[in-house]
Design a protein around this ligand. Structure first.
Ligand code: APR
Length: 327
């Protein structure tokens, strides 16, 4: 029997709310927004309020989507896709890694509930520090790796393309590019594979300008935190919804995502023979991560990738130190 997809969003804050809105606008499915009660104001029910506000956009924006808000994990039963944005965002001066202590505990709790109430869901983690939080989700749920992934590359690539388009004075739609590795400062730039409709970007911009775009994409999140006092939510949610759409519509999109790698891109070699979640181009479809697109990197790129893997490894080490049962 045909039915709409059920998409649950855990953490109904800035990114969660924007994800819910985009899901509805694109009619990707029905949405369940889950958050926790406000201890200081127990009379409030933020996810219910946000869901009601969003539902009332329907008649104006012409979408059909059921949007509900809840504190109860029972309501995520039967979810096809779950987006996890629960956790604290960055404040000025903080790195993503600084969030590990608080967010690892939150994501662990969320994962336990997903395992219990939605054991067949495909999970997209957004909470930071991303690469470690995806590991926590995978470890706690015990889900097969193809059903657990992290949103990072979609956002980093979007930022990279935005800055290139600004420099080139061309439409963002005509820029193709890829970044791999860990989220943010750790990303692996690939200007060699960046083009404007196939024309190598190196033919169009000086190397130092391309480098400036790469660097700005790396710290693009931090730039926004400094301006707003909290982390970005529009582009992170747009990146997440790109992944959700690829899955729900079985599009087989190739999207840079944090997925479990072993021999791809030398991950196991750089990680003591073990696999790791790290950003690579992945084919996303109805089964989740359907394939990793592997290709040969040059020596410089591989060096960046190895450094990135080593950072992700340290981050997971720090997470396991806090929660030894995650080893
Ligand atoms: N279960 C469910 N929701 C939770 C829990 C929990 N255990 N703990 C916190 N939350 C909720 C908060 O109540 C809040 O509504 O997560 C939501 C987070 O929303 P925001 O504070 O607005 O943060 P946001 O900007 O959406 O970022 C969320 O994504 O990109 C990352 O770094 C970012 O880690 C941060 C996360």
């Amino acid at each position: 029997m045909l039915r709409r997809a059920k998409i649950s969003v855990i953490g109904a804050g800035n990114i969660g709310g924007e994800c819910a809105r985009s899901i509805a606008m694109k009619e990707l499915g029905d949405v369940v927004l889950l958050d926790i009660p406000n201890k200081d104001k127990p009379e409030l029910h933020m996810p219910k309020g946000k869901a009601l506000d969003l539902a009332c956009c329907g008649p104006v924006e012409n979408f059909d989507a059921k949007i509900t808000g809840t504190f109860d994990y029972k309501d995520i039963e039967g979810s096809d896709v779950i987006i996890v944005t629960a956790g604290v965002p960055r404040k000025p001066g903080q790195s993503r890694d600084d969030l590990v202590q608080i967010n690892a505990g939150i994501v662990k709790n969320v994962a336990e509930n997903i395992k219990k109430y939605a054991p067949n869901a495909i999970v997209i983690v957004v909470s930071n520090p991303l690469d470690a939080m995806v590991y926590v989700m995978w470890k706690v749920t015990g889900f097969p790796a193809h059903r657990v992934m992290g949103q990072a590359g979609a956002l980093d690539v979007a930022r990279y393309k935005t800055f290139l388009a600004m420099e080139l004075g061309v439409s963002v739609e005509d820029i193709q590019g890829l970044l791999l590795g860990g989220h943010g400062d750790d990303m692996v730039p690939l200007p060699r594979l960046t083009s404007v409709n196939g024309i190598p970007v190196s033919d169009l911009l000086p190397a130092e300008v391309i480098q400036k775009c790469v660097d700005r994409a790396k710290v693009g999140g931090g730039e926004i935190v400094k301006l707003m006092g909290t982390s970005a939510w529009y582009a992170p949610s747009a990146g997440t919804i790109e992944m959700v759409e690829a899955i729900v519509r079985d599009k087989k999109r190739v999207i840079a995502s944090a997925v479990y790698c072993e021999n791809e891109f030398g991950v196991a070699k750089a990680n003591g023979g073990k696999g790791l979640f790290v950003g690579v181009p992945a084919v996303l479809g109805a089964k989740g991560v359907e394939r990793i697109i592997s290709f040969k990197m040059n020596d410089v790129e591989q060096k960046f990738m190895d450094e990135s893997i080593s950072h992700v490894k340290d981050l997971i080490g720090a997470t396991i130190k806090l929660f030894p049962d995650l080893a």
